[in-house]
Design a binder for this molecule. Sequence first.
Ligand SMILES: Nc1ncnc2c1ncn2[C@@H]1O[C@H](COP(=O)(O)OP(=O)(O)OP(=O)(O)O)[C@@H](O)[C@H]1O
Ligand SMILES: [Mg+2]
Length: 322
Amino acid sequence: MPVILNIDNVTKRYRKAGGLFSSGGQLFTAVDGVSLALEKNTTLGIVGESGSGKTTLAKLILGIEKPDSGRVTLDGRELSSLSGAELRLARRGAQMVFQDPYSSLNPRMKIIDIVLEPLRAAGEKIADGEKTAAALLERVGLKPDALLRYPHEFSGGQRQRVAIARALATGPGMILADEPISSLDISIQAQIMNLLNRLKKELGISYIFISHDLAAVRYLCDFVAVMYRGCVVEYAPAAELFRDTRHPYTRLLLSAVPDPDPARKTVLEERRDGSGGPGPQACVFSDRCPRAAEACLKKRPDYTEAAPGHFVRCVRAEAGAN
Ligand SMILES: Nc1ncnc2c1ncn2[C@@H]1O[C@H](COP(=O)(O)OP(=O)(O)OP(=O)(O)O)[C@@H](O)[C@H]1O
Ligand SMILES: [Mg+2]
């Protein structure tokens, strides 16, 4: 299958905020040696608890952040080697849809200007703005009478449709959607998921779908990558990952039932700050793994192909155990 995006051994480190009088905190690794490929016209889900590096990975893919090492290649062009006009051109090929359609749409801009903004930012001359914007709105199921209105006149689901129309403006090959449905009502979530799927069929779009919602991931995604402390610990076709879960962390995620006490957070929601944890010699999950053994502290496991196309980073998988 042709690949639209290739992420090759990408690492990103941040400096932890230091105390008031310190000149700078320790470095910690937000994305740690991630390699992934996105096949054309497929959806790759990225799951993992809060702080595991999902959004940082998205920023690296869009060229908003530069990796400390490794390479991101979008449609055959390596982003870190580009600058200025070339980078702007490459960026047209990948657009983002954010979690919160209330804060991601400028309240002072009319819908027509919001939707056309990426084209203007790319320096494109638009012959007939109204026609272009109306066609984009039609794609996402909105009527042209929305064009001259402002975001506050729309519901959350409609705003997310506007955000998707804006993402489509440059004709991207891929869209990164970072928690695109989690701020919406349940009934609206299904509509937005159906819209994403329809656009995939109609326009041949590829998606990266970042989500805490495993049911949504199961419904939408062809492949799933599970992140823990900046590492991808398991990657497989979606149906396979849910049927034959291999990594102890993924098992923990799939078994985590939301707690009825809202003050207590599920495994997925509890935010970790990415620092601390096992050293580089140990498996990243060894301090929390219910099955950790001596060997897990001595060696960071590499990927094992446990079944065709199903990759796991676990010492037990390396040893051939399940
Ligand atoms: N600009 C930054 N400077 C310093 N630390 C950062 C920066 N951006 C992210 N981090 C840290 O990197 C780690 C990964 O953050 P990231 O936002 O990628 O996680 P996430 O998986 O998207 O979490 P969530 O599910 O809550 O959105 C966190 O520890 C976060 O605090
Ligand atoms: Mg995030």
